[in-house]
Each structure stands twice: as C-alpha cells, then as structure tokens.
Design a protein around this ligand. Sequence first.
Ligand code: 16G
Length: 241
Amino acid sequence: MVDKQSPLPIYYQIEEDLKQRIKNKEFKTFDMIPSERELSETFEVSRMTVRQAITNLVNEGVLYREKGRGTFVAEEKIEQPLQGLTSFTEDMKTRGMEASSKLLTFEKVSAPYDISRKLETKEEASVYKIQRIRYADKKPMAIETNFLSVDMFPDLNEQAVHGSLYSYIEKMKKQAIGKAHQVIEATTADENQAALLDIPVGSAILSIERHSCLADGTPFEVVKSSYRADRYKFISDIYRM
Ligand code: 16G
C-alpha cells in the first residue's frame, strides 16, 4: 500500500511494493503483473503514477513489457563480483546453475595485430580463435571469443573447450592462472549477436575484454565477450582511499 503522507514519492513506493511482492514470490518470474488500471485502483493513484513506476522497473530490468500482451516479471539478473578471477563454469557453479557451451569456431589463425601485441607473441603468430556461446541452465548468457597462443597450448583441442578452458589450463596443463585486466563497455546487439543470444536486435550488451596472465606474468588469453545486459550486472565493493 502507499502512504500519501510519506515524503517518499508515490511512484517509488509502488516500485518498492512490486519489488517486495516479486521477492516474496507473489509474482514469479515470467508472471504477468496486474494491468495499469488494476494497479491504479489497488493503490488509489492515477494511471500516470503507476506507469512511471512500471517504466522505472522496466528500465531497471525487473519487469519487461510485451506489446499487446502486458507486463511481466523478468528473470533475476546474475550478480557478478568484479574481484576474483573466475571462469564462466565456476561462476555458474557458485550460483547452483549448470554451465554449458556451444562451440561456434575453433580454428588456428594468424594473430591480428592487437591480439599478438596483447599476447606478446610475434606478429602474425599462430593463435587459436575459439568462439563459444555460454549457457547457464541452457539459456544463452554470453558470446565469447578467445585468442590463445598455439605455441603455449600446442595440443588444445575442441574437446577441451567444450568444457572449462580454465580447468584445462590448470588441471591438464598444470599452469597456474594469475591475474587479468578487464574492460567493460556498453554496446548494443547487432543482428548476429541478437540471434545467438536470443534477444532483440539493439538490446543492451555488456562488452568485456579480458587479458589474462599466468602466475608468472606470461599473457595466455585475450577474450572478447558480449554478455546479455538483461541477465547480468557487475558488482564491486569500493573503499575510500
Ligand atoms: C570467463 C572469462 C573468460 C574465460 C572464461 C573461461 C569473463 C568476461 N570472461 O567467461 O575470459 O576465458 O571465463 O571459462 O569473465 P571456462 O573455464 O568455463 O571455459
């Protein structure tokens, strides 16, 4: 219910009320929420106010609208901490979800200039280009394109990257992974990305580039990934210096 005497704006109170009901599972994922008219009657406020609350929740990714059908509860976003250097497989396991991959490309190419520079290999050295769609509980989450030096992992094969690449490096190759540098940018899905991730063209994407090094400082991978922004949020704790 809303408190009209409260200093909190009414649309904000409605947002909090709906979020609470989603948390309590009164409205479950993919459930249709009541119409603007019904909500305005329940809360005894104008439809405009209800619309503002719903629009804010749609922008936040809590709800989504389907033209001509109604407004629905979106899947909860995955919260990805920015502290630890983890693999996709580990990230999903931590959340009780099952990671899987679809291998789109596994080929040896001569390293594009920016890749050879970042991998500190000779210009045009042979590198693996591995493109995978990464799934959580069979739903597409991200497209990843990895570049790894062939010299470093001469026997890497398709079988290994069907599972976890990090596990292959650590368990099979007995190499310790040390650190990574990561850049996250906002982009939108082009036709190809939209089809692979099963989202509309133009949807928000979190574009990530990661350069990772072994514990001895040798760079071993450059990864360009496109994560669905409706399913992911990156979180970090920061301290005032
Ligand atoms: C993550 C990493 C990626 C790494 C992959 C290994 C980001 C943005 N990317 O998805 O760099 O190659 O994990 O996952 O976090 P895997 O061991 O499951 O193959």
